[in-house]
Design a binder for this molecule. Sequence first.
Ligand SMILES: [Zn+2]
Ligand SMILES: [Zn+2]
Length: 232
Amino acid sequence: MMQEEDAARPPTRIVPVPLQMVSAYLVMEEGVIVVDTGYPGSEETILEKLREAGAAPEDVTLILLTHCHADHAGSAAALRLKTGGRIAIHRQDAENLRNGLQGRIRPLNLVGRLTGWFFEREAYSRYPACDPDILIQDELDLAPFGVRGRVITTPGHTAGSVSVILESGDALVGDLIIPSVLSGKPGVPFWGESREEIRESVRKVLACGPERVHLAHGGMCQATAVREAFGR
Ligand SMILES: [Zn+2]
Ligand SMILES: [Zn+2]
């Protein structure tokens, strides 16, 4: 009986939604999870992509925010209104979400130092505040939302950054990994709390054994490339 049910389960589809400077993702199985929501005003583009992919707004079971930055949480409130999906964020980033603030960003490299002022401007750092429905502490099982996988904590970019690990062999890591400006290889983000924590979190993701890693800035890369770049 169990096996028959498993055989009938739909395959996992991961649909990137290119938005202004960032990509959100639709993870589609029995349910649809939206991972990140772009800057404010991105909800219609996400809904359009959802329709294109053959799903309806009410199929969205969960709006998962990988962290509280404006390019990820900016359209969460609007998207919840239009889909009824619940919003989940790690409790460490929840306060910023409730205030519609991305918080101070700390540069981790030269690019971060040179561009930080731009992304700290009010227009790029404030967004409509919203109260999350689900606070993530350690892990969140995605089965109740119709997706085979889980959310794990991967701090370092922000204290409450999380990643999605799917049984399909895909990992969605938000801003934990960003391509290097010079080499294009997977690297540490331009801003963050701690380089060491970021590396530790990358190792945690790799230990889950994904084949493909989906970045919020920079698309998909093979896990082998991440392993090479991070020395594991
Ligand atoms: Zn970020
Ligand atoms: Zn970002």
